[in-house]
Design a protein around this ligand. Structure first.
Ligand code: NAD
Length: 540
């Protein structure tokens, strides 16, 4: 059994003995879920719904335990635990129960009219389960990062292994208790553990690997998936910037929204504002407002605030303090509180005059420190963003033309204008990174897409085209008697469209209703004339 890292509990000094799964049993766990999938346990959508209803019931019964667990792990207040995690999970189950029949319906795609080969054929795209999937979660939002993907995976008809983060042991235990008590073990099972257990787990074959956490472990997960040529979703992080431009319309909500994202969960949020890029003309007005925003939310001593979180463990506390010690920027007094390792407490800290090559600008901060870089032109700010990896999120506070200039010249997983983090709460939109900030997306209907195979089913009549015409598909192609095949075959499957030619007539054709269909006719007629009559093939 691996060494456990959770000796200090930020919310309460009570020790949490999270029992790690014995590595000898991991393979059996996965095999059992595979056998369950193979016998068709998840085929019935009614059964999937019943499992989600059971999860909802258990979630409600365990509400206090779950909120307490997050408080013990991260000093996350019950209110923050509710709105950032519990409510999101409850809402997601509701969304699925309301919509999954509709979302699972096959898409009946029309076959292109201009491809005559598909006349009398039908096609649809069915969302089918992938098989057995593994969901590996991170510690910072330990309930939602486990349950939101799990809901989509189950609704899509997969069986699921959940692997909560060992760094939030209380919630890991609470999630296990919820799942094992309320849900069928033929549907979902929990593996607990650290690196050793996860390494053994990743040796198993899964049909999809869903991972939330750091990019370095993301690569390990991607390698494991590559061994089986299975799909991956990687929900990673990065340095998400907020740009405040000269033409921002109101600095007060701007300051509040930036500090809200910086300090929620003590800065340990994947879409927290990591650093601030501010135009020189508004910087001096914005900085005091940032300080005011802190005291407005957490009082003069955030340490005394029931709403202010703690750093998850001593390793991360020291990591953040080391970066702070190395900065060449200037710390601005925000509160009189000082960092305290015994409580894993770091107060909100704003660092001004930071240069792009400062120690605070190397890695994702994942703590309550806000570095400020001042810029003179929007191009300079855009250049700074583009000189780094694509972030998970990007925030821009500016009038719409400037905001659009930023959006159209940068890349990021998601982006929000005049706010922060809210994109994460929108469960009718896809959430995910790009490049080093992630692969794939989820939330709501998009989770269903992630955990499904979109299987094209095409149905064609055997009697059409008639055998003579149908012989067009295959050899022999050579000889005079068969020259009609290639000429007409092209027009049947991939007709030459007028629009492919640069003629004025071709361009005019695009103005006519059903032009694509009409556009095939001349080529079709030409091919008919050029080819020997089709009857000829019957005489062959
Ligand atoms: P973590 O330490 O909890 O690790 C995540 C998971 O990986 C855990 O279950 C852990 O057991 C497992 N793991 C750790 N080391 C491993 C190894 N060597 N081999 C196999 N498995 C291993 O979380 P973390 O990595 O500290 O997460 C923080 C990062 O996650 C930040 O970068 C943050 O931005 C990102 N994050 C992203 C999202 C998102 O939705 N995109 C959400 C939360 C966090």
């Amino acid at each position: 059994m691996a060494e456990k890292e959770h000796t200090i509990v930020p919310g309460q000094p009570g020790k949490c003995e999270l029992e790690y799964t014995s590595i000898e049993t991991i393979s059996d766990t996965v095999s059992a879920l595979r056998a369950s999938f193979d016998v068709g346990t998840m085929r019935d959508v009614g059964f999937r719904k019943q499992q989600l209803r059971a999860l909802l019931k258990g979630l409600r019964e365990d509400k206090k335990d779950l909120l307490d667990a997050m408080y013990y792990d991260l000093h996350k207040s019950h209110d923050e635990g509710l709105y950032a995690e519990y409510n999101a999970v409850e809402f997601e189950i509701g969304q699925y129960l309301d919509n999954m029949d509709k979302w699972l319906k096959p898409n009946k795609n029309a076959l292109a009219m201009e491809q005559p080969a598909f006349l009398l054929s039908k096609s649809e795209v069915r969302k089918e389960p992938l098989g057995v999937v593994v969901i590996i979660g991170a510690w910072n939002y330990p309930l939602r990062l486990m349950m939101l993907p799990a809901i989509g995976a189950i609704a899509a008809g997969n069986t699921v292994v959940l692997k909560p983060s060992e760094l939030s042991p209380h919630t890991a235990l609470a999630v296990e208790s919820l799942v094992t008590r309320c849900m069928d073990e033929s549907v979902v099972r929990v593996v607990q553990g650290g690196v050793t257990e996860t390494t053994v787990l990743l040796k198993e074959k899964f049909d999809h690997y869903f991972y939330t956490g750091s990019g370095s472990v993301g690569k390990i997960v991607a390698r494991a998936a590559a061994e089986h040529l299975s799909g991956i979703t990687l929900e990673l992080g990065g340095k998400s910037p907020a740009i405040v431009h000269a033409d921002v319309s109101d600095l007060v909500p701007t300051a509040t929204r930036i500090m809200w994202s910086k300090l929620a969960n003590s800065g340990q949020t994947c879409v927290a504002t990591d650093y601030l890029l501010v135009h020189r003309s508004v910087k001096d007005k914005l900085v005091p407002l940032l300080v005011e925003a802190v005291t407005g939310m957490y009082g003069k001593s955030p340490r005394e605030s029931p709403d202010y979180g703690r750093i998850v463990n001593a390793r991360h506390w020291n990591r953040i303090m080391d970066m702070l010690a190395a900065t060449e920027g200037t710390q601005i007094a925000v509160t009189n509180d000082v960092p305290d390792e015994s409580e894993l407490y770091i107060p909100p800290i704003i660092v001004d005059g930071v240069r792009p090559d400062d120690a605070l600008m190397n890695d994702e901060l994942f703590g309550p420190i806000l570095p400020i870089i001042t810029y003179d032109t929007l191009d300079e700010a855009i250049g700074l963003v583009n000189s780094r990896d694509q972030p998970l999120s990007l925030y821009v506070f500016a009038k719409s033309d400037s905001a659009e200039a930023v959006l159209s010249h940068t890349r990021s997983g998601v982006a929000t204008v005049n706010d922060t983090m809210f994109s994460l709460a929108s469960q009718t939109n896809p959430f995910g990174g790009v490049g080093p900030s992630g692969v794939g997306r989820y939330h709501g209907k998009f989770s269903l897409d992630t955990f499904s195979h979109h299987r094209l089913i095409m149905k064609r009549p055997l009697w059409f085209p008639t055998p003579g015409v149908d012989s067009i598909r295959g050899p022999p192609f050579t000889g005079n008697a068969n020259s009609w095949k290639t000429k007409l075959g092209r027009q049947l499957v991939y007709p030459r469209l007028w629009s492919l030619s640069d003629s004025v007539l071709g361009k005019l054709a695009t103005l006519i209703p059903f032009w694509r269909l009409l556009a095939t006719i001349p080529g079709f007629v030409r091919a008919l004339i050029q080819s020997k009559p089709i009857v000829q093939c019957k005489n062959n």
